[in-house]
Design a protein around this ligand. Structure first.
Ligand code: GLV
Ligand code: GLV
Length: 355
């Protein structure tokens, strides 16, 4: 292989490997046992010559790594994730390194986990499972694990991009929920879908669902029965859900987070869950991963899973393939991967090497 490409982790499937090795690349896959590689580990992997790297969201891709990659002659980096809060795109730009991410292929899988957590929280699935396994079930009772009926309730979506919109559709169509969403941009396709679905229900003599684009986030917090967070993480969304905002939500609301942990002030959330036993939360991400804030693990009204929202076989293989194509496209000067779902082929496509 003419080009040296490094993947900081083994990734699912073989297509991404074949793509690279069939196109003049010598691929090195790091098989280090420890889960999270340090900056020093990755600098050692990059070595003296490296054309491109496929990295993971657990890694801190900033000045140190991009300057090391630049010194090794590299021009391409792809995160195997749609989120890129772990990547300093300005530092990459400065060193002339193109940065890719993996949108599109994980939209439905991630939305399906948000929907799973919504149902699990509404119907108290995890608590009920623990109850069965503990041998506590001694017969059907009218009040045993009574939860919430979603039909006719309102789902609130904060951040109605690809994933937030897919989740909204699932909840509206699947459970006949009304929708309220907040986003800086209008979710036109989502609005059209809900409008058409409402007309369909009406024509069938059923109560039509309603939708509304909220003019403030607080409107969503106050009105929704289930709220799912789908923004990107940046300075403007850090601790977006804090003590004051939690206090605005209904006492029996459900909060879902499959975006990034720091979007919620997790310590404030633990307090809120303690004080409001009927408030429930489903979390895929945590403020200080892999740790949870003290107290969270003991709370019955919290469901916690280890950042698995994009974890379907199809999606993970797709993410690996896209990440490989991002790196390959840049190295070989091919037109970058193009797909109708893929609206941001490279985050900084016009990055130029320094003179
Ligand atoms: C996963 O968290 C991703 O951003 O793809
Ligand atoms: C419950 O099991 C019922 O039959 O209503």
């Amino acid at each position: 292989g003419k080009y040296r490409v490094v993947s900081t982790k083994p990734m699912p499937g073989t297509r991404w490997i074949n793509l690279l090795i069939q196109q003049d690349c010598r691929l090195e896959i790091c098989t280090e046992k420890k889960t999270i590689l340090s900056v020093e580990d990755i600098i050692a992997l990059i070595g003296d010559k490296c054309d491109g790297v496929i990295g993971q969201l657990t890694e801190d891709w900033g000045e140190e790594l991009f300057s090391a990659l630049r010194r090794a002659g590299g021009t391409a980096f792809s995160n195997m994730a749609v989120g890129y809060n772990n990547v300093d795109v300005n530092a990459a730009n400065k060193h002339g390194i193109a940065v890719g991410n993996t949108p599109g292929v994980l939209t439905e899988t991630t939305a399906e986990l948000a929907a799973s957590l919504s149902l699990a929280a509404a119907r108290r699935i995890v608590e009920a499972d623990e109850f069965m396994r503990a041998g506590l079930y001694d017969g059907w009772l009218p009040h045993l694990f009574v939860g919430n009926l979603l039909k006719g309730q309102t789902v609130g979506v904060i951040g109605a991009g690809r994933i937030g919109s897919a989740y909204a559709r699932m909840m509206v169509e699947g459970f006949k929920m009304n929708l309220i969403y907040y986003d800086l941009y209008q979710a036109t396709r989502l609005e059209k879908f809900v409008t058409a679905y409402a007309e369909f229900l009406k024509a069938n003599g059923e109560t039509p669902v309603t939708w509304k684009r909220a003019s403030s986030m607080d409107e969503v917090l106050q009105e929704a029965d289930i709220i799912s967070l789908h923004p990107i993480l940046d300075k403007t969304t850090y601790h977006l859900v804090n003590k004051e905002r939690l206090a605005k939500m209904k006492k029996e609301a459900i909060l879902i987070n499959c975006s990034r942990g720091p979007v919620i002030d997790e310590a404030a959330l633990v307090d809120h869950l303690r004080q409001n036993p009927l408030f429930r939360v489903g979390l895929d991400v945590f403020e200080d991963e892999p740790n949870m804030k003290p107290g969270l693990a003991e709370l019955k009204n919290a469901i916690v899973v280890p950042h698995i929202a994009s974890a379907s076989k199809w999606t993970r293989e797709g993410m690996a393939t896209l990440a490989a194509l991002n790196v390959l496209g840049k190295i070989k000067g091919y037109p970058v991967w193009f797909d109708a779902n893929r609206v941001e082929p490279f985050l900084n496509e016009n990055a130029q090497p320094p003179a």
